[in-house]
Design a protein around this ligand. Structure first.
Ligand SMILES: NC(=O)c1ccc[n+]([C@@H]2O[C@H](COP(=O)([O-])OP(=O)(O)OC[C@H]3O[C@@H](n4cnc5c(N)ncnc54)[C@H](O)[C@@H]3O)[C@@H](O)[C@H]2O)c1
Length: 199
């Protein structure tokens, strides 16, 4: 089953959120960013302006392209403006009570079939069950991509692990080797993700 995603929301335009807004807008999506106050909304707008200014200065983007990207982004302090989104990413600070408050506000305004994506840092000991792949990247270096269920005592998070992961202990690994494959990971310019290419 596939779903069309054309309008997305991002809550919290800090380090993670502002970057996520830019990646979505560069990918052609209409983006609605929600911040807590007008001051932080302005700061978020400033981060996006500065980041796209840098891309123009480096010749990676022309001014028309920059205007198009920024034109797809609305920044607001009103959660109600998220009503039309197909998907929303929550990127507020790692304070559980705040995350719960935000999820409550989202439930009040989102369509029933809207997807809510959460950005988490896992703190403290976790029990993890994961499955993933190791393929070479563009430089031939092995690149791990893994989806994991992590948690402890009834609270679990399931999703894609990203750079920055620190590992304390690996209990058991089962490796299956695919011989003769020329598949590799390549950085996708639009999303910034390392996608698996199957030539
Ligand atoms: N920074 C990283 O490298 C990193 C990496 C992986 C995961 N994360 C996770 O991403 C999430 C966001 O982290 P960050 O580093 O971007 O935080 P940040 O502090 O840089 O940004 C959070 C933003 O959320 C806004 N905010 C606070 N309350 C809000 C509310 N009620 N409604 C709307 N906006 C609100 C803040 O004003 C701020 O701009 C956290 O869960 C963090 O653990 C961060």
């Amino acid at each position: 089953m596939s779903r069309e995603i054309s309008t997305v929301g991002v809550v919290g335009l800090g380090t993670m959120g502002a970057g996520i807004v830019e990646v979505f807008a560069r990918g052609g999506l209409t983006v609605i960013g929600v911040e807590s106050t007008q001051e932080y909304a302005e700061r978020g707008r400033g981060i996006l302006q500065a980041s796209t200014d840098r891309a123009v200065a480096r010749g990676k983007l022309d001014e028309a392209g920059q205007a198009e990207i920024l034109g797809r982004i609305t920044i607001t302090t009103e959660y109600a403006e998220l009503a039309p989104v197909d998907l929303v990413v929550e990127a507020v600070p790692e304070i559980m009570s705040l995350k719960h408050e935000v999820i409550g506000k989202l439930e009040d305004v989102l369509r029933e079939d809207a997807i809510v994506a959460l950005v988490h840092t896992l703190a403290g000991p976790q029990e993890v069950l994961a499955v993933g792949t190791i393929f070479p990247d563009e430089q031939g270096k092995p690149s791990v991509h893994m989806h994991a269920a992590s948690g402890r005592e009834g609270a679990a998070t399931v999703g894609c692990t990203r750079a920055g992961l620190r590992t304390w202990l690996v209990g058991e690994v089962v490796l299956l080797e695919i011989s003769g494959s020329t598949a590799h990971r390549e950085t996708d310019a639009a999303s910034g993700f390392e996608l698996l290419e199957l030539p």
